[in-house]
Write a protein that binds this ligand. Structure first.
Ligand code: BGC
Length: 784
């Protein structure tokens, strides 16, 4: 049967209500009554908006998804949802009701003002009813709809929501409501964009957090209460209140408290993150805002009186992704680190992989996303989430090939300079599809994005490099974000690693990936072309950044790490490079100097080149700067900066200091893959072939990881006791596994079939644990 376009009889409509670049207007309500005279066989409703919508049919909410229809580059496309509403209809008059929110479309976006894509929200909806007699009737949006404003006086993702319950037009979503004072909806301009079925996953309420502690803040001008939810998260609160009509509560949100116990809000920058609720006075009122979210652990509530009944709970919002992974080990601090990584993933995977959920930013930063993607894929099924975001990324590519630094691209161009996001950032257009292929065996993700990847490579070659040095100052004055937020070297936010070094090393990484991708897609010419490109970049890299003795011109941890990780050094210089890297780390007393670009590769490089001992010392380091320093200081999510807060300096600059920023959580992939020892095989992706490669070290006596793959659960648990290592392994049906014993143990590599296996192996005499740490490592190297 030929499918009929879902909006054949509908027109885009909007209201007259309009804010300005700064003022947030009330949310418009829309309603339409339509009559059903015959017996209904089936009915569906398709709806989309530029902005956000909440829709009811005869008062019933259509979905538990929030922030529908989602965020896309609205200058190019928007998504529609389709709902089966057969059971919601009845014979006679029916009512469809819609409330529109400004959302990303016309609310505040990034650190810019409002109205980035358009001046007010608009929507398009159509009900298609198929009757039992086979006839079909359609009811679409148009000038027969009525509109007004109601109780939602302000709604803005960053600023918050203001709701006056006395102004709610009670019963407006039902048929017996009299809408004669409502005005006629306006026809809106028809956007010249694609309107496509929503790919999902939607954002949903994914959990409820009770408040664990309440403190009275009596020193404030207006006495208030501070509620602590015990967890930094992304979402909002639901309140229940009984108070007299006109009582107004003000709710402010923040991630931290000041030394005097009050709410710390400075790092929110321009985001007001404040909700207001005014009571109708009608019994116990329950309220949760509709069109806003905050990143917070604490809520300060002002306006409560002792006689009020009041309850509050946190509502956790994020993309509806299945939790697939589990990691734990014998060091409780690392378990808290894993908890923090998972919560930063939850806190930022909302429509797009955001950088942070609290300040006036909340954008799909490409660099952060590609760095974290492997870790994200261990924790949850992110296949749908990243496939959707790949569309945003392709939409963020200019015809010349450059890719904007955030995706979706922002409608107005005055918020962030319109240009390529640079090394490690825009590279997401190649790295993320490759990860989709590795994790989910999704070769379509490669095919679908291949043309965009090729254009991007062409752009780097033609516009951003000179003789294979990417980011050379003669063609690129800016050079990208460098090793963002590294503490190493110059102390600038970009870190002391030269930008063209970062640029060239990541260019080499891209060439390697492109050769692999072309190979998977069976494009032999391209495979050879990119393999040759890699050789040329490596030669240029050596010439510019490496001395004949294997020293890096810039001695930062990131320089050595990138050179080793991306195979940019000749074999005979690698040992020196590893020694220099270790010297640098020792010089910092086993502390980190890396930023966003170097950090994810540092421990893998140390492990690969036989310095597992150093990798473990960094991982288990508890003092600043390290992964466990925030954990020791009460963090419940990953901080944006190593020095977000330190005992000597207190809070870092309020201009850029998020406490829920997943990027440094990229170490999670190493904990799953190396500490526990569960990894995939690039040659046989999606865990068709599982590699169990436990690498015990540090203080750990045991570690475990499991992952729900498309074949079933793959799991490993190892325990070390009296120099015997026992591994319990689960190989999913339909896949195979290889067990690779750690160096220093009597054991061979083994192939394992589906099922449960227990393998016990013991240490070589010379590598018993009683040997001093350094000697132990040397011995390991000698026997491996
Ligand atoms: C974001 C980062 C991002 C960076 C790029 C920041 O404002 O929060 O996570 O990578 O900008 O420079």
């Amino acid at each position: 049967m030929k499918s009929i376009p879902p909006f054949s009889e509908a027109a885009w409509i909007c209201s007259d209500v309009i804010g300005s670049r700064r003022t947030v207007p009330p949310a418009p309500y829309f309603r339409n009554a339509f009559t059903i005279c015959k017996e209904v066989q089936s009915a569906r409703l398709c709806i989309t908006a530029l902005g956000l919508y909440e829709c009811t049919v005869n008062g019933c909410l259509l979905t538990d998804a929030v922030f529908t229809p989602g965020w896309t580059d609205y200058t190019k496309r928007c998504y529609y949802q389709s709902h089966v509403i057969t059971d919601a209809l009845r014979s006679g008059e029916n009512v469809i009701g819609v409330i529109l929110g400004d959302g990303w479309y016309s609310g505040h976006l990034g650190w810019g003002e409002r109205q980035a894509y358009g001046d007010r929200p608009q929507f398009l909806a159509e009900i298609e009813v198929t009757y039992r007699d086979g006839s079909v009737e359609r009811f679409g949006t148009g000038e027969n709809w009525k509109t007004t404003v109601g109780a939602i006086l302000e709604n803005d993702i960053q600023m918050g929501e203001t709701y006056d319950a006395r102004l709610e037009p009670l019963g407006w979503e039902r048929s017996d409501y009299d809408d004669t004072v409502w005005t006629v909806a306006k026809l809106a301009p028809v956007p010249d964009i694609l309107v496509e079925p929503a790919p999902g996953p939607n954002v949903r309420r994914m959990g409820i957090l009770p408040s664990i502690k309440v403190t009275d803040l009596i020193e404030r001008i207006f006495p208030s209460k501070l509620y602590d939810f015990g967890q930094n998260f992304c979402g909002r609160v639901r309140i229940r209140i009984q108070a007299s009509a006109g009582t107004t509560l003000t709710l402010c949100f923040g991630e931290m408290t000041n030394p005097d116990g009050t709410l710390y809000t400075e790092n929110l920058r321009g985001a007001r993150c404040t909700d207001r609720y005014t009571c109708s006075g009608d019994g116990i009122e329950e309220w949760e805002p509709r069109f806003t979210f905050h990143g917070f652990r604490y809520a300060e509530v002002t306006g409560l009186k002792p006689e009020h009944f009041f309850e509050i709970e946190g509502v956790v919002l994020h993309a509806d992704m299945k939790v697939t992974g589990h990691f734990a080990c014998s060091n409780p601090l690392l378990n808290q680190l894993q908890h923090n990584i998972v919560w930063s993933q939850k806190g930022n995977f909302l429509e797009v992989p955001m950088d942070c959920p609290q300040r006036d930013e909340r954008l799909g930063w490409t660099g952060d996303a590609q760095i974290f993607m492997a870790t994200a894929a261990f924790n949850m099924d992110v296949s749908g989430f990243f496939r959707k975001w790949m569309t945003d990324l392709r939409d963020a590519q200019a015809s010349s090939g450059w890719v904007f630094c955030v995706a979706p691209r922002l409608g107005r161009t005055d918020i962030i300079p319109e240009r390529d996001g640079g090394p490690a950032y825009s590279d997401a257009i190649i790295i993320c599809p490759w990860q989709l292929y590795l994790w989910y065996g999704d070769a379509n993700a490669l095919a679908e994005n291949y043309a965009a990847m090729g254009r991007y490579m062409g752009y780097i070659e033609a516009e951003r490099s000179v003789e294979y040095i990417r980011g050379h100052a003669s063609v690129d004055e800016w050079g990208g974000y460098g090793d963002w937020l590294a503490l190493d070297g110059s102390g600038k936010v970009e870190g002391g690693t030269p930008k063209d070094l970062v640029g060239t090393a990541t260019y080499a990484q891209l060439a390697t990936l492109m050769a692999k991708i072309a190979g998977v897609l069976g494009n032999e010419d391209d495979r050879a072309k990119y393999a040759e490109l890699f050789q040329n970049i490596a030669a240029a890299f050596q010439k510019r950044f490496v001395t004949s003795e294997g020293l890096m011109a810039s001695g930062t941890q990131t320089s050595y790490t990138l050179a080793l990780q991306h195979d940019l050094l000749p074999e005979d210089l690698r040992t020196t490079a590893v020694e220099e890297l270790v010297k640098n780390i020792q010089g910092k007393e086993f502390h980190l100097g890396t930023g966003f670009v170097g950090t994810p590769h540092l421990l893998p490089v140390l492990e690969k080149y036989g310095r597992l001992d150093v990798a473990y010392r960094l991982l288990e380091q508890e003092t600043f700067p390290s992964w466990l320093f925030p954990v020791k200081n009460g963090a419940t999510t990953i901080w944006e900066r190593w020095d977000g807060w330190t005992p000597d300096k207190g809070m870092q600059t309020k201009w850029m200091n998020s406490f829920n920023h997943y990027a440094y959580g990229a170490v999670g992939a190493w904990m799953y893959g190396t500490v526990a020892g569960l990894s995939l095989d690039e040659k046989d992706p999606a865990f068709a072939h599982v590699i169990f490669k436990p690498r015990p070290g540090g203080t750990l006596d045991w570690a475990e990881a499991s992952l729900e793959t498309k074949y079933g659960v793959a799991a490993i648990r190892w325990d070390i006791k009296d120099d015997a290592l026992t591994c319990r392994l689960t190989v999913p049906e339909g896949s195979q596994a290889t067990f690779q014993p750690p160096a220093g143990f009597f054991a061979e590599t083994q192939t394992l079939e589906a099922g449960e296996h227990t393998i016990t192996i013991s240490r070589h005499e010379r590598t018993k644990r009683s040997a001093p740490a350094r000697q132990f490592t040397e011995e390991l190297e000698a026997v491996s």
